[in-house]
Design a protein around this ligand. Structure first.
Ligand code: C2E
Ligand code: CA
Ligand code: CA
Ligand code: CA
Length: 279
């Protein structure tokens, strides 16, 4: 549709940012996908380093586009955030995850705890605490089987509102973890104000612990700090035996990563739990 020459119509202006064009298109697809229910939820095991057993799972959104195939959340979550679509989408994931976890409890599985990513937009929707309460009631899931993952940057804006909301969530009996810990802009001061359940140490630190002294030092310090504060430490993105050994030596409590399993469709996750897979 693009031709050279003086007065020829140009569909694409040369200076037009390809990225914004792509996004424009993507937004249309994303809106349709919500209507057509092209989304599913995968589950990645969370493993206790003490027992080597699965104690829970993180719910991760998957978009199966009819032509494009699996679209990674890294591609569309930022756009979903920007357009506000993340609110209905995130609330849908929350409900699916709670429903699934309750179903697994009913099947006689050990008591699993499901971690659900909560975006800033979701956290700030009015009556968020009520929404959590309603979802738990509707799905019959026990509150202590639900953990909300909040990213550090989110947790730092509007501190007093966040503290109040987190306190109310705690009253409900749900757990809260700080996601991607170490990558945000926050000070550590809010850890003093509000005791979260788990710190998830970002995979960018874990990736380099066996090759980079600085990463190793940071991870060592974060684990030690967590222990002193009586907060659980969870290492994300663990891929190798060397990383695992290092984390065990440092007394890390829990891990998540390809070394144990990638995120899985529910039926595949089920297999691992049934077979009592150990790390
Ligand atoms: P996240 O919350 O930090 O999730 C962990 C990501 O690391 C997942 O990517 C997971 O597949 C990946 N991962 C796990 N273990 C390993 C490993 O050993 N090596 C490597 N290289 N990667 C590993 P995924 O599923 O592509 O999700 C990317 C991000 O999208 C998530 O990062 C999260 O920020 C966002 N996201 C996913 N689902 C949801 C959702 O339901 N709601 C919201 N708000 N965000 C979501
Ligand atoms: Ca997460
Ligand atoms: Ca994370
Ligand atoms: Ca991340």
């Amino acid at each position: 549709a693009k031709e050279k020459g003086g007065n020829t119509f140009q569909l694409y202006h040369p200076e037009m940012n390809m990225r914004s064009l792509h996004w424009l298109n993507l937004e249309t697809h994303l809106r349709k996908a919500v209507e057509k229910e092209e989304f599913s939820v995968y589950y990645q095991p969370l493993v206790d380093l003490g027992t080597g057993k699965i104690f829970g799972m993180e719910s991760l959104l998957r978009w199966n586009h009819p032509e494009w195939g699996m679209v990674s959340p890294g591609e569309f979550i930022p756009l979903a955030e920007e357009t506000g679509l993340i609110v209905p989408l995130g609330n849908w994931v929350l409900k699916q995850a709670c429903k699934q976890t309750y179903e697994w409890s009913q099947m006689g599985f050990p008591k699993l705890c499901v971690s659900v990513n909560i975006s800033m937009n979701q956290f700030h929707q009015p009556n968020f605490v009520q929404l959590i309460q309603d979802t738990l009631r509707e799905t019959k899931l026990h509150p202590n089987q639900l953990c909300l993952e909040i990213t550090e940057s989110v947790a730092m804006k509007n501190v007093s509102y966040i503290m109040e909301t987190m306190e109310n969530l705690k009253q409900l009996g749900v757990q809260i973890s700080i996601d991607d810990f170490g990558t945000g802009y926050s000070s550590l001061s809010y850890l003093k104000k509000f005791r979260v359940h788990t710190l998830k140490i970002d995979q960018s630190f874990i990736r380099d612990i066996t090759v980079d002294e600085d990463s190793a030092a940071i991870v060592t310090a974060l684990i030690a700090m967590s222990r002193k504060l009586k907060i659980k430490s969870l290492a994300e993105g663990v891929e190798t035996q060397e990383q695992l050994r290092f984390l065990k030596e440092q007394g890390c409590d829990e891990i998540q990563g390809y070394i144990f399993s990638t995120p899985l469709a529910p039926e595949h996750f089920e297999e691992l739990v049934k077979n009592n897979k150990l790390l």
